[in-house]
Design a protein around this ligand. Structure first.
Ligand code: ATP
Ligand code: MG
Length: 404
């Protein structure tokens, strides 16, 4: 099959392909970009496969970076874009189910394509727009099928991350897992315990953010593979509820929103501990936990200026989005209004600070002073106290007569 016209992303990368070829080597576009071009989806990361060795690629191009040279990948920088150029290779003997114990370079494209995960990811494209299809990936693309290249259980045993990639592609592309592939994914899923949590997180996160996340999640649940993911053992009912609770068209707006809803549904004994199991950053943990707190407060009907001030408008709107998707009552407009009406937006805007109170009112540094400042801030936010020095001084004199 031949593409009528090479999409612009490939056009822009053609000089690189052609330069490698003029040097007497083979070079093809491969992987996700070819798949996405054929699906008419946006293309990101145009990757190139070649029989040239990394050192040869480095000599051909003035600007390169060694991003994964031990796996045969050289990053080539060209006109503001980056291209991963990878030497044809096979991956042999995955002794620990994690990483290939050795990477062997091979001289043929066919061998390189054979080590790829799914047939739709094992397509290559040449400079003329001709599609090279050794594993009937084109037919699977046409029929919306995710099929492992070769013997499925062998492929998932070599690298169990492919199992998660399978669920993730089902979610992003709305493709069906071909039955033998699905069966092998389920059977090999205990091997997920050997995969690093960080890589599992990336795939789960991509799954949740996909437009057809319900489809990917269903396959994850039906296969039983969730059992081998951090903190999800025994949570089948809760995961099913997560799927059913939100409207069909709902798409998570951010990772934090997705993980907050996951926590709200599975109700771990300790939410922070659950997030730590997934080894996410402290910042991510904080935001997710704020979202669950907001969601729970909203469940009790709470919504006021202090809440908007403490958590910020954006997080409130994101939490409200979950309520909306559940068909609960929502207050988007009121959140906006409360935000507009806030007298101040941060502690720095309070007309006094600790220094001023120490210097001008003779207060002593310490926890009591901190408490006063918090109360002043709260009263200003709630609109009970004007944000002027004199009003605040009177407030302190009235509320803390014995302080000095
Ligand atoms: P995305 O759109 O998320 O980038 P992608 O298919 O391009 O999807 P990448 O992780 O960028 O995924 O990998 C590029 C290509 O490398 C894939 O299309 C596939 O051919 C191959 N590949 C990636 N990861 C694996 C893996 N774990 N096992 C086998 N082949 C893989
Ligand atoms: Mg990619």
């Amino acid at each position: 099959m031949k593409l009528n016209a090479l999409p612009s992303e490939f056009q822009e990368a053609l000089p690189i392909l052609n330069k490698i070829k003029r040097d007497g080597h083979q070079a093809y576009f491969v992987g996700g970009s070819v798949r996405d071009a054929l699906l008419g989806r946006p293309i990101h990361d145009v990757d190139i496969a070649t029989d040239a060795y990394p050192q040869e690629i480095k000599q051909l191009f003035p600007r390169t970076a060694d991003i994964g040279i031990e796996h045969g990948t050289v990053l080539v920088l060209h006109k503001g874009a980056e291209y991963e150029v990878t030497t044809f290779r096979t991956e042999e003997a995955y002794v620990d189910y994690r990483r290939p114990s050795s990477v062997s370079f091979v001289r043929s494209l066919a061998e390189d394509l054979r080590r790829r995960d799914f047939t739709i990811n094992a397509l290559a494209l040449d400079e003329e727009g001709e599609v090279i299809d050794h594993f009937a990936g084109l037919s699977d693309l046409k029929h919306g099928k995710l099929r492992a290249v070769g013997e499925p259980s062998e492929r998932f045993s070599e690298d169990a991350l492919r199992i998660m990639r399978g669920f993730r592609f089902a979610a992003s592309l709305n493709f069906q897992l071909e039955p033998a592939t699905f069966t092998a994914m389920a059977a090999c899923s205990p091997l997920l315990e050997n995969i690093s949590v960080e890589r599992l997180f990336v795939e789960c996160d991509k799954l949740f953010l996909s437009p057809y996340w319900k489809q990917g999640l269903k396959a994850l649940i039906d296969s039983g593979a969730f059992t081998y993911l951090p903190g999800l053992q025994g949570k089948e009912k809760e995961l099913l509820k997560l799927r059913e609770e939100l409207s069909d068209s709902f798409v998570f707006v951010s990772s934090e929103q997705a993980w907050a809803f996951l926590i709200l549904m599975i109700k771990p004994a300790d939410s922070r501990q659950f997030l730590r199991l997934w080894k996410v950053s402290n910042q991510f943990q904080k935001t997710v936990l704020k979202l669950t707190a907001i969601y729970n407060l909203r469940g009790q009907g709470q919504l006021d200026k202090k809440m908007v001030y403490d958590y910020g408008r954006n997080l409130l709107l994101i939490a409200e989005g979950l309520r909306e998707a559940q068909g609960l009552s929502v207050s988007f407009a009121q959140i906006e209004e409360l935000y507009q009406e806030l007298p101040i937006y941060s502690k720095r805007e309070v007309a006094v600070n600790g220094k001023i109170l120490i210097k001008e009112l003779g207060l002593k540094p310490g926890p009591a002073l901190g408490l006063i400042l918090d109360n002043v801030e709260g009263a200003v936010v709630a609109g009970q106290l004007d944000n002027t020095k004199s009003a605040i001084f009177s407030y302190i004199a009235a509320h803390y007569p014995d302080i000095r």
